[in-house]
Design a protein around this ligand. Sequence first.
Ligand SMILES: O=C(O)C(=O)COP(=O)(O)O
Length: 314
Amino acid sequence: MPVRECVCIIDPIHPVGVERIATMHDVIGPDDPRVSETSVLVIRTSPLGPDIFGAMHGLKAIVKHGAGVDNIAIPAASAQGVMVANTPGGNNSTAVAEGAVALMLGLLRRTRDMDALVREGRWAERWGIRLGDLTGARVGLIGFGRIAQRVARICSGGFGCEVLACDPLVPAADMRAVGVESADLPGVLACDVVSIHVPLTEGTRNLVDTVELAMMSPHAILVNCSRGGIVNEAALAEALRSGQIAGAGIDVFVNEPPEPDHALFGLPNCLLSPHVAGVTEAGMRDMALHVAAVIDTVSRGEVPATLLNPEVLP
Ligand SMILES: O=C(O)C(=O)COP(=O)(O)O
């Protein structure tokens, strides 16, 4: 028999998911006086530290809307017997992959600059411009999970790109089977377009730093729709300033929102977005409905398929 859960939704999710959850459960916000009764917590990218468990004694599960769980103190959750599950599949990965390709195209086509030429009456300047091509470019993927695989399909199928990827967790044969060449990190960094698709862990923090940026070509662009901490932002700003690389498309930052005097803000060869790669209509609906499905699983006393801390199981 499913149990009626008290579901606290910390960050806003698509109404379709809220409605679905509310058919079975009590839905509250973080400021609700019943917050101590929370049995399931829904979170997006807000930080969730260990102090939460003191305030929520009956907590059974934390459901992450999206894939990355670097904002959640998972060891502390496990110590309290609290399950942590995410919603990585479906249209979340599709939306993030599209977001990465949008930044690639936005940089290569200099979308922001071209818009300014029209609005500012600088039409004649167009003759002096050569925009870049994604068609035929070599695309290097750091990480080869669901999102990177989708980027690979779009780039190879749609743009005829040669795609290379590095991921210690994916055998070269699996990459070859989908037409992607397995490479090491320097091999990927030598591509024309480099896109990052790994989770933020202690092993990936500052994975792309001064040394790695120096392995990129002056005509190359870097796209990051994964997590801010994977790229050293000061090193990236310097690489963009010095012409070590041609451009960067950045959706994620070490601190979100980034501080108002952030080193990347003054750089024209940098295209920025506010952690919205996954925030499309389909992506948001899908993640919200997946959140609702995970909550139903928990309420039936079952184990969610996307459980991330199986050590909590009896
Ligand atoms: O999928 C991820 O890891 C995300 O970053 C999703 O974040 P969001 O739920 O869109 O705030």
